[in-house]
Design a binder for this molecule. Structure first.
Ligand code: SF4
Length: 635
């Protein structure tokens, strides 16, 4: 018997309309305890090589973390994985909110969805029961209406609805999936994948509390209560509660690493118009949370005087539509956020792609005749809403931009390729790695394309007196290192942090939960796993869970032809910032390449190709993945 888990997965074939349940053994689940690890296993083992992201055979895995839904703050996450239509590689994005915990309470750890329905459908899961229902009447309609209609149709206003929007229906390559309208699997085109399957929504409702599945429920409850009290004692988690992610806009600009004008600059002259104090005064209506999370970092806002159903803009969105597009109108950024969310577009890729188009416009590569008269100058706030509209509906130039900036640049031609700020086809998040080099390594090496959640950001481990540095000691991090360094010790730390963060994505923690980023000390992370399951996971096993996750994703990409050449950064980042506190600072190319070789070596990957070795895979109990690599070589 397994503790901490229902042990069940639901398989859905939309083509044949068949649904069936499988049980996971405790032994299997300990190797792949949910989230990134469980999703990576099924994606790599079951999806045929070279499956087109829009082919019905593209498998979508919705996988809860082991602890998702437990009373431990920030353990709210689930992963959605599939081959990415944006990168053509391993695709993954995570979200919090309430949907994952509800799926757990409904009796399932994961959903494996393949095929394509003839007509739009939605999946309804409740207390161990499941069925596909028609969704023709929901297709093309605003998410806020779809959610209300599903709840009314099923007669329960507590049903949690995960769904796509118009962007996903049109297979926009960076369409996302929200739950409860405001918690996003934003990145990597997950919404396009659902749209290609004619799957409009997944509604869930359950009543089995996590505590009833736990090995030591009183200990888990006590840990949950203790951790809830820790939030206010940690400066980083307390700041998240007070200001949320929008609180960092001003500091990043002052530090010279706020992406500005498509990453040309690191300081935004008009940052005072988009900083937290303006947000708090002019937009904020309430603070909210994900399931059972005491951090409460989510913001609610008013748009044009009316409370938005879609939640407030996060830091990433403010930077993507604001400084990176040269726009200082916070009200318009707020509207752009709501419009993206109503269409279910990833705000990072949408903002970054518009910034790319603005630079093309500035250089005359596209003109008013291409934009249907939209003046796409940097700084023109009026351009945002019509451009988002076009991208979501794939109208005019919006159809090209909905392909992502890399594909758009190939069509536009000329110098456009120099204006794309992407890795493996996914646009950079709003963190300039020229001020935090390990974040740059994370962008480069991430299997899903540029991703800012690969490692703890460098400044948090640069000060030996900081709480975050001290909390990292049990991970084996004992020397503070400068943010702008790629020395050998820094790369050792990258290797540790990448495994630790990957483990968090397996067991269901939010990036804002565990140390060193936040308030849950490593021993409490392990304690949570062990009182939930009855296992005795130690640090070495926790890191190997994370390493297993990254290696399965890496093998997936190796099979699809990705290699070291894809682990790089946009050329612009190897050049100096044009202004601010770090003016002239570049990512040093030689250091970067040397660090990449060192990292591959630490990971047991071939330094030339970046492919995992059989020996390392076998040490991780992934000998079957080594067979996949060898079979791909023969083919
Ligand atoms: S820290 Fe914020 S995003 Fe993370 S689980 Fe808590 S409320 Fe959700």
């Amino acid at each position: 018997m397994s503790f901490g888990s229902s042990s069940k997965i639901l398989r859905v074939n939309l083509t044949s309309n068949t649904l069936n349940v499988e049980e996971l053994s405790d032994e299997f689940y300990r190797l792949y305890p949910g989230g990134k690890a469980l999703a990576g296993y099924y994606l790599l083992r079951e999806m045929p090589a070279h499956t087109d992201p829009f082919d019905p055979q593209n498998l979508m895995v919705f996988a809860n973390g082991l602890l998702t839904g437990s009373p431990v703050s920030t353990a709210t996450r689930y992963i959605v994985s599939a081959r990415s239509p944006l990168t053509n590689g391993y695709g993954e994005s995570e979200a919090g909110g309430f949907w994952g915990p509800e799926l757990k309470m409904a009796g399932f750890e994961a959903l494996l969805i393949t095929g394509r329905a003839d007509e739009p459908v939605y999946l309804w899961i409740h207390d161990g029961e499941y069925e596909l229902r028609p969704a023709n009447h929901l297709w093309g309609r605003p998410p806020v209406e779809v959610e209300a209609d599903i709840r009314a149709e099923l007669g329960d206003d507590k049903i949690r609805v995960l769904q796509i929007g118009i962007a996903g229906e049109h297979r926009g390559r960076f369409a996302g999936i929200p739950n409860d309208l405001r918690h996003f699997n934003g990145r990597n085109g997950r919404g396009a994948g659902m749209g290609s399957k004619n799957l409009r929504a997944i509604a869930v409702r359950g009543h089995q509390r996590y505590q009833t599945m736990a090995y030591d429920s009183p200990a888990l409850m006590a840990l949950g209560r203790k951790l809830a009290q820790e939030v206010s004692k940690n400066a980083l988690s307390w700041d998240l509660q007070q200001r949320g992610t929008p609180g960092i806009v001003e500091a990043l600009s002052a530090g010279g690493i706020l992406p500005t004008l498509n990453f040309r600059k690191g300081t935004f002259e008009n940052v005072d118009n988009i900083k937290w104090e303006v947000y708090e005064k002019t937009l904020l209506t309430a603070r909210r949370s994900c399931y059972a999370c005491a951090v409460r970092c989510k913001r609610e806002v008013a748009v044009d005087g009316k409370v938005s159903a879609y939640g407030g803009p996060e830091y990433e969105t403010i930077a993507a539509f604001g400084s990176n597009c040269g726009i200082d109108d916070l009200q318009m950024i707020n509207r752009a956020n709501e419009q993206c969310n109503a269409y279910m577009l990833d705000t990072i890729s949408t903002g970054a792609t518009i910034a790319f188009a603005m630079e093309c416009f500035e250089h005359g590569l596209i003109g008013l005749e291409d934009t249907d008269g939209i003046d796409l100058r940097f700084g023109n706030a009026e351009a945002l809403l019509p451009m988002i509209d076009k991208i979501a509906h794939r109208q005019g130039i919006g159809s090209l931009l909905a392909e992502g900036s890399k594909r758009a640049a190939a069509v536009i031609g000329g110098d456009a390729v120099h204006f794309t700020m992407e890795v493996k086809g996914q646009e950079l998040a709003m963190h300039d790695p020229r001020g935090k080099f390990n974040v740059g390594m994370g962008y480069a090496i991430s299997e899903i394309g540029a991703d800012h959640l690969v490692v703890t950001h460098d400044p948090m481990l640069a000060n030996p007196e900081s709480a975050s540095f001290k909390a990292a000691r049990p991970l084996g991090i004992t020397e503070a290192q400068p943010a702008r360094s790629l020395n050998d010790e820094k790369i050792n730390q990258f290797f540790i942090l990448e495994r630790w963060n990957s483990m968090e994505k397996a067991v269901g923690f939010c990036f804002f939960g565990p140390a060193p980023r936040s308030f849950i000390l490593p021993e409490d992370v392990l304690n949570a796993i062990n009182v939930a399951t009855g296992w005795n996971v130690d640090m070495a096993e926790a890191l190997s869970i994370g390493e297993r996750g990254t290696n399965m994703a890496r093998v997936f990409n190796a099979r699809e032809g990705f290699s070291r050449k894809d682990d790089t950064l946009p050329e612009r980042l190897f050049q100096g910032l044009e202004n601010g506190a770090l003016k002239g600072q570049a990512m040093p190319r030689e250091d970067f390449e040397r660090a990449l070789t060192r990292l591959y070596t630490l990971k047991g990957w071939d330094p030339e190709s970046g492919t995992p070795s059989r020996q390392r895979l076998e040490e991780l109990s992934l000998g079957w993945a080594a067979d996949i690599i060898e079979a791909a070589r023969v083919a």
